[in-house]
Design a binder for this molecule. Structure first.
Ligand code: BDR
Ligand code: CA
Length: 312
């Protein structure tokens, strides 16, 4: 039986690749998309999610709109310099013909998880607001979800939104601290590994050469995103963030992990930094916190090969 997943997303170029990767993987059954601010605002994230399902010919999959602001502080705005004004590399797609369902993202997550105990994996690849709201609204989802595999955070490496913090966590650190503190199995696929998964220019060229609508869409939207990585990091191509979380769900053996309790800094210039306690003893404020599975190593070539094998 394929693994049922819900992707919580702020599409986003790499979110787009992750969604298509999931749709094209027989190991996975994508039962819904829930949307969140981050790369763009929640309204545009929802519009993009609908557009992407139309491109993929999967308008049977529901889209539930999520929160439009973080738990505590206002949303700081999208990152057009990374993902384009439209979150899709400035290709400016036509409006979707479909609509989001009436349920909110948190309500949809709760309903699906409680209806199928132990069967659903949540794959958040944006800020964690919807996931924290769902947990607060219905704490029993912690015992009923299969697991949470999230893209976000930085355990042992610098951030990308600030020197301290990774973008998804930085957009709602309070929500992230709720999620890492929940008594459910959480896996953090953070910058420690995603910066080791490099899709090079030669890899990216394979999308343009592939004769299918999803690969063609990726080929159109990726140049703007690629330009960001090449100018900001001197990279050859891009680092693979959101698809790495999808790869983990498909094949966790591509990753090496450590189990640590994680707190999220919510104050000062380190706001959004994910702090694992690697010491062998309990220490405030990590006392009584559950262990989080933190990805620390990855077969980067294996992840790239897996994604390309599904999409090109
Ligand atoms: C994360 O931030 C967003 O820009 C990407 O979509 C990814 O989810 C990487 O830090
Ligand atoms: Ca994302």
């Amino acid at each position: 039986m394929p693994q049922k997943i819900i992707i919580d997303t702020d599409p986003g170029v790499d979110d787009t690749m992750a969604i298509f990767f999931a749709l094209e993987s027989p190991e996975l059954d994508l039962i819904g998309l829930t949307t969140i601010f981050g790369n763009v605002d929640t309204e545009l994230a929802t519009t993009n999610a609908l557009r992407l399902l139309e491109i993929a010919g999967r308008t049977d999959i529901p889209v539930a709109k999520g929160a439009d602001h973080p738990l505590v502080r206002p949303f700081g705005g999208g990152v057009a310099f990374v993902h384009g004004d439209d979150g899709q590399g400035n290709v400016h797609l036509p409006p979707p013909q479909t609509k989001a369902i009436a349920q909110s993202a948190a309500e949809f997550i709760i309903e699906q998880v409680m209806r199928a105990p132990g069967e659903i994996t949540l794959v958040p690849v944006g800020p964690l607001t919807n996931i924290a709201l769902a947990l607060r609204l219905e704490p029993r989802i912690a015992q009923n979800v299969k697991e949470v595999v999230l893209m976000g955070g930085n355990a042992l490496c610098p951030g990308n939104a600030t020197p301290a913090a990774e973008a998804n966590i930085h957009n709602d650190p309070e929500a992230a601290d709720v999620v890492f503190g929940g008594t459910w199995p959480v896996t953090m696929v953070g910058l420690d590994v995603t910066h080791q998964v490099n899709m090079t220019r030669a890899h990216l060229a394979q999308y343009g050469a592939a004769d299918n609508p999803i690969a063609q869409h990726i080929a159109q939207i990726v140049p703007h995103y690629q330009h960001y990585f090449e100018s900001a990091y001197g990279a050859d191509g891009i680092y693979v963030h959101d698809s790495s979380a999808v790869a983990y769900v498909i094949d966790p053996s591509l990753f090496t992990v450590e189990r640590w309790p994680v707190r999220v800094e919510t104050q000062g210039f380190s706001r959004g930094k994910t702090w694992p306690n690697m010491l062998s003893f309990e220490l405030p404020p990590w006392e009584n916190r559950p262990l989080v599975t933190c990805c620390v190593g990855v077969d980067g070539a294996g992840v790239v090969e897996l994604e390309l094998s599904r999409l090109t």
